[in-house]
Design a protein around this ligand. Sequence first.
Ligand code: ZN
Length: 191
Amino acid sequence: MSSDHQNKRKSEIGEGSSRGGGTTGGLLNIPSDSQQPPPAAPPQLSRYESQKRRDWNTFGQYLKNQRPPVALSHCNYSHVLDFLRYLDQFGKTKVHLQGCVFYGHPDPAGPCTCPLRQAWGSLDALIGRLRAAYEENGGLPEMNPFASGAIRVYLREIRDSQAKARGIPYKKKKKKRSTPILKANEEASRS
Ligand SMILES: [Zn+2]
């Protein structure tokens, strides 16, 4: 009874307030315990869920296309590693080879013939989605090839080599650095 009363008081927004609603947050401030999950899953999937589903289908298709086709139950980490290498041909991230003049430059001044690869961050996120999808589709956690230590090692190597080749350290991003190296000259000439 008393809590009911409190809720009621809380939901009453001050009348005649000239404050435009910014601070009281009356309408959008839904108490967390009143958020009931909808009885049926909505047909619209979140971006993550639909991406996960798409990735899972792509991986399933990849296994089917192997000769001979690989059953999901026989899939192990080496298939996953092959899959990651296979995806590189669709990559859009320039990863400079060690002989390239732009090796280690985050902002190359011109074109080069180095290959395009899948960026480490994309692969890392992809593995996370597939690892979840594997178990959601009946795979046993202890058999999960996406959780294999070999995958983790591979991703770490990719991260380190791309960080060197692209001159981009993959650490916690600090606040935006406002001076890109190559454009810094223009900025500096002002002072
Ligand atoms: Zn290059």
